[in-house]
Write a protein that binds this ligand. Sequence first.
Ligand code: PBG
Length: 325
Amino acid sequence: MYFPTLRPRRLRRSATLRKMVQENRLTVDDLIYPMFVMYGNDQENEVSSMPGVFQYSIDKLLPAVGEVVELDIPAIILFGIPGEKDEVGTGAFVDDGIVQQAIRSIKEKYPDLLVITDVCLCEFTSHGHCGIINDGEVMNDPTLEYLARTAVSHAKAGADMVAPSDMMDGRVAAIREQLDENGYSHIPIMAYSAKYSSAFYGPFRDAADSTPQFGDRRSYQMDPPNGDEAIKETTLDIEEGADIVMVKPALAYMDIIRRVKEEFGYPLAAYNVSGEYSMIKAAAAKGWIDEKSVVMEMMIGFKRAGADLVLTYFAKDIAKWLRES
Ligand code: PBG
């Protein structure tokens, strides 16, 4: 049976009909908003490559978080910029670290907001790598202990979920074990499972001050041509105890989102990374594209590909747009 009997256009005739047969939907509950916190007072520095994204001192972070809560965005993911850096990234796991302080302040004021923390060393190490260095090499196993300590310190400060983004082998198991041993068996892990070594992280490294001082991250983050490897990485993370798995970046890796969703049927987050944000902001500022339409089309694309959750710097705008419609 085909044309003229079958006419797909019949179901596209009105907005009402289109809404009724719409296959995928984006809601505010799908969104996780990344935020950057730094030491100091009265600090609110806009990241030059990410218009609308700020590094906040805690006093300024709180009202900004209030805005997120007001918009009904369910979760934030926190990144910290330390005062001082050293070889092992001590600032990542001390009890009075910037992230730990921020968690305590946020949870005191907004207990219902889900606070996720990025667990990594790169913002806190003097060399900017995500692990411990020996002879110019990122050492896998010695790094695990530091990551686990970081995750436990976040949980202790009140974090609701931890998200390891370092891509060391075995880190989910190491973190799970230490969380459990310290009384945090109820704290879920969102693992950056298929995290690629991507040029799309450029603006984030301005925001988090985490550019490697030598070399690059290719010996630990995934190689962009690989797809089967994403299945291997995700298998390991799930076996090690990941509760939510992530694909990152999102836009250039839609096929990976789809494959991971189909293969595992696990809760899946897609990270709409800094470079994806900056590209749209720049083109929109020039009047070359319509920001809202493009962002909403990209978001529904992530959902259609198989993402359940989206980490995005556009979260506040999206929440407003969803309210308007
Ligand atoms: C830390 C981390 C990075 C991002 C999230 N966590 C940077 C990196 O791996 O270099 C990137 C996020 C973004 O680009 O928006 N390891």
